[in-house]
Design a protein around this ligand. Sequence first.
Ligand code: 5GP
Ligand code: ZN
Length: 112
Amino acid sequence: MSDCLFCRIVAGEIPAEVVHEDELTLAFRDINPRADVHLLLIPKQHVASLEELDESHDALVAYMLRLLPRLAREQGLADGFRTIINTGPAGGQVVFHLHMHLLGGPTLPGFG
Ligand code: 5GP
Ligand code: ZN
């Protein structure tokens, strides 16, 4: 059994509110939403963070980026959304399985 939280969600060992699943990725609601819509998009394969990426992940990452606007539209975010990728402890990363935060909705706070 993996000790990675998000690998365990992929394996179905920990429940999550999944909104999208395909061969390569899973998207589910953040357990502690910071906006009206707050999804996490992850690769099914374990990649710890952006720091771990190499050329073999190029297609996967491009696929995930292209998936984000589709997920946002499905969540009713017609006017746009925010994507955040925290990397490393100093970047605020808490779960070390690559994830893209997708945030949106009327209460999205200003950035900066
Ligand atoms: P990070 O700070 O690593 O970029 O973000 C990790 C995110 O995972 C946080 O927003 C946190 O709320 C979310 N999270 C942590 N544990 C769980 C969990 O068990 N289930 C879900 N759905 N989200 C989680
Ligand atoms: Zn993992």
